[in-house]
Write a protein that binds this ligand. Structure first.
Ligand code: ZN
Length: 81
């Protein structure tokens, strides 16, 4: 069984698809969404971050949020040392 994680990337300005169990190939600032389809992921992204495509377009508090989410993901899904 494989699952796809949809993540908006504020570095590339586009939606990424990550396929478990592969490691996410993009190491930039992206935010994963609990979504069953690309459409749902885009809705969730729009709801949370509006029209911002790139990191620079986010307000300061959202930039911090993105960084925090990214760090959380890395520590839970990354290799355990
Ligand atoms: Zn990316």
């Amino acid at each position: 069984m494989s699952s796809t994680t949809y993540a908006w990337c504020f570095d590339h300005g586009t939606l990424h698809h990550f396929h478990a169990p592969d490691e996410p190939w993009c190491t930039a600032a992206w935010v994963p969404f609990r979504a069953a389809s690309e459409e749902q992921a885009m809705e969730a992204k729009q709801h949370a971050y509006g029209d911002a495509r790139f990191f620079d377009e986010l307000p300061g508090d959202k930039q911090l949020e993105v960084i925090e989410i990214r760090e959380t993901w890395t520590s839970t899904a990354g290799p355990a040392f």
